[in-house]
Write a protein that binds this ligand. Sequence first.
Ligand code: COI
Length: 355
Amino acid sequence: MSYNISITKVKESKVKDLDFNNIPLGTTFTDHMFICDFANGEWVNPRIVPMGMIPTHPAAMALHYGQAIFEGMKAYKDAKGEPMLFRPEQNAKRLNKSADRMGMPHFPEDVFVEGVKQLVDLEHNWIPPKDGSALYLRPFMYADEPFIGMRAATRFKFIIMASPAGPLFSKPIKLWAEKQYIRAANGGTGEAKAAGNYAAAIRPTELAKAKGYDQVLWLDAAKHKYIQEVGTMNIFFKINGEFITPKLDGSVLHGITRKSVIHLLKDKGFKVTERLITLQEIKEASKNGTLEEAFGTGTAVGIAYIQEIGMEGETIHVSDESPVGEDINNTLNAIKTGKQDDKFGWMIKTRKELA
Ligand code: COI
């Protein structure tokens, strides 16, 4: 595929209407989007165009059979105001891993990264300057072939949208350990970032919210015993000085923030173990005083401190504070905004002359 990305710009940017102090996630979109089409076995016509509606046939296969996957990533500005991306190549790889599971074509990783770079470069005025805010990027792919019948589609669209976002959770959160509904079973689509995984989580999340909880804590499908992940995050517990996070067993999302946090924790001298972990173990650690803290990690939320886990007839008090979580959050934010040396080489500048 040719990597020549054509650019059609809007006449006038809407950024002047944005209140940078009030930007709830996913409510405002920037002026442009990146689009690329898959037809006849190849990706063609990569382009950046004004943000707008996309004509969709009512028989578009994504609407019926759910061939739809997505990514979440963020752009920041460094101290000099230069736009930067956090580990974009990781998102490109994960999209293709999701594509494999869902019978969809790979999107070339270099075009993914180049598309994100060029879009962010064009939209750099939309990157919120405040700490904890960022330009959220949503690359996604879906089947737009009009067809009724059960087979892999032959036509797809890959799109990247950008949406400025403020911080998601400003206080510690409460999780509901879900024992009726499940998110992912062995052999299912749990580790793919597939739209359907999120669709199936909407009703249980609404029920948890109605009980006063922020997100669902998902347990394994067979026994409702092992902890998998949280609504939009992976999860970490600190027990007796050691960090434990559920292992990637096929039903857990391969979080890029998760991977980076494991790296940072180890770099700071903590022992981190990826293994099966039961809700019972967390209960006991809370009772005997060895449960020191817990937090969730995700692109949209960053790091969210966990105060409490509720379930039918019982509440596990986790911790009112998360000192290590806070330290990791500060470190990660400092790296992302160029305030701290990027010693792991995670940040990518979007401007050609700086890359
Ligand atoms: C992200 O953290 O980027 C996600 O994709 C979660 C989303 C449902 C807000």
